[in-house]
Ligand binder design. Structure first.
Ligand code: PTR
Ligand code: PTR
Length: 311
């Protein structure tokens, strides 16, 4: 236990900081042409947070619309641990993009939405109120009806069971909406332990949801992507997904490589993980997880991890 903790402490100042600085210095791994198109610019919440063309989620072209930009949403597919497109990382929907957001959820057969921002933080709007907040309430977005059937409240998060009804096809689906409330932007969660509990909960739900899909799911065995969003869809979203990937790897093979995970993630969602604190949080949360599961001895940091500073 101590060795690992010491390792991180020693690395803290120079090693881990340097690791993150190196990651930040790398130029984005592709182009942002679709995000930059004139007609798409209003669909980006932040003009400096765009999505890479290579991994962007395309909406199905609407047949009554010849406009070639109608397939754009600021959302990126991201791989998980041994699972391609495990996540869709996206920005907090804007009122202008609520319909696009629900279209994406429908088209990609998303069953779980993880929201790691609050709608308003420090007096500023971070995300639109795109889902019905109260139990029993139904809202319409384009040809989708969204009903909040019931809510479970936990200490650090809220789980809403939503019914998504496609009025065009007459089909209905259940979508779980997680709202994590104690994570300020550019910050880190109050406690790693609360975050770990949160992740476990989401995992459990996902397993259940994938199981209930049964043979109606024709995609990859891991089931549909989980939508993860915060305000910009890079800082907190990147941190949550990094942690999820690293813990899955830890469970599977007993090693983690945070550095490579973040680098790889950034080739799919540029600028993932926004601050050094968030990067460091991934390290401390992995340690906490290992301690909690009594897996600390087999934990190893993969070889390609940069050398510990000897000073
Ligand atoms: N231009 C915005 C800003 O600096 O405020 C972009 C931005 C906003 C970037 C929020 C990241 C943010 O955090 P998160 O991705 O966690 O919502
Ligand atoms: N609004 C943020 C800012 O300017 O601080 C947006 C942002 C920040 C975008 C950093 C990209 C950034 O790049 P990196 O995470 O690679 O430093």
């Amino acid at each position: 236990v101590h060795e690992l903790v010491e390792y991180v402490k020693r690395k803290k100042k120079k090693g881990i900081y340097q690791e993150y600085e190196d990651i930040r210095k790398e130029p984005p791994a592709g182009t942002f042409d679709y995000s930059r198109k004139m007609s798409n610019q209003i669909k980006n919440r932040y003009s400096d947070v765009l999505c890479l063309d290579q991994s962007r989620v395309r909406l199905c072209q609407l047949c009554d619309d010849e406009d070639e930009t109608s397939d754009y949403i600021n959302a990126s597919f991201m791989d998980g641990y041994k699972r391609s497109n495990a996540y869709i990382a996206t920005q907090g929907p804007l009122p202008k993009t609520f319909v696009d957001f629900w279209r994406m959820v429908w088209e990609q057969m998303v069953l779980i939405i993880v929201m790691t921002t609050r709608v308003v933080e420090r007096g500023r709007v971070k995300c639109g109120q795109y889902w019905p907040l109260e139990e029993g309430r139904t809202e319409q977005h384009g040809y989708f009806m969204v009903k909040n059937t019931h809510i479970q409240v936990f200490q650090d998060f809220k789980l809403s069971y939503l019914e998504l009804y496609n009025t065009q096809s007459g089909e209905k689906r259940e979508v779980c909406h997680y709202l994590y409330v104690s994570w300020p932007d550019f910050g880190v969660p109050k406690s790693a332990s609360a975050m770990l509990d949160f992740r476990e909960h989401v995992l459990e739900r996902r397993r259940a949801a994938v199981q209930s899909l049964g043979s109606s799911w024709r995609g990859p065995p891991g089931g549909p992507s989980v939508v993860v969003h915060c305000s910009a869809g890079i800082g907190r979203t990147g941190t949550f997904c990094t942690l999820d990937i690293c813990l899955s790897q830890l469970e599977d093979v007993g090693t983690v490589n945070i550095h490579q995970t973040v680098r790889r993630m950034r080739t799919q969602r540029a600028f993932s993980i926004q601050t050094w604190d968030q990067y460091y949080f991934c390290y401390t949360a992995v340690i906490e997880y290992a301690q909690r599961h009594g897996r600390l001895s087999p934990v190893q940091w993969s070889d390609s991890e940069p050398e510990t500073d000897s000073e």
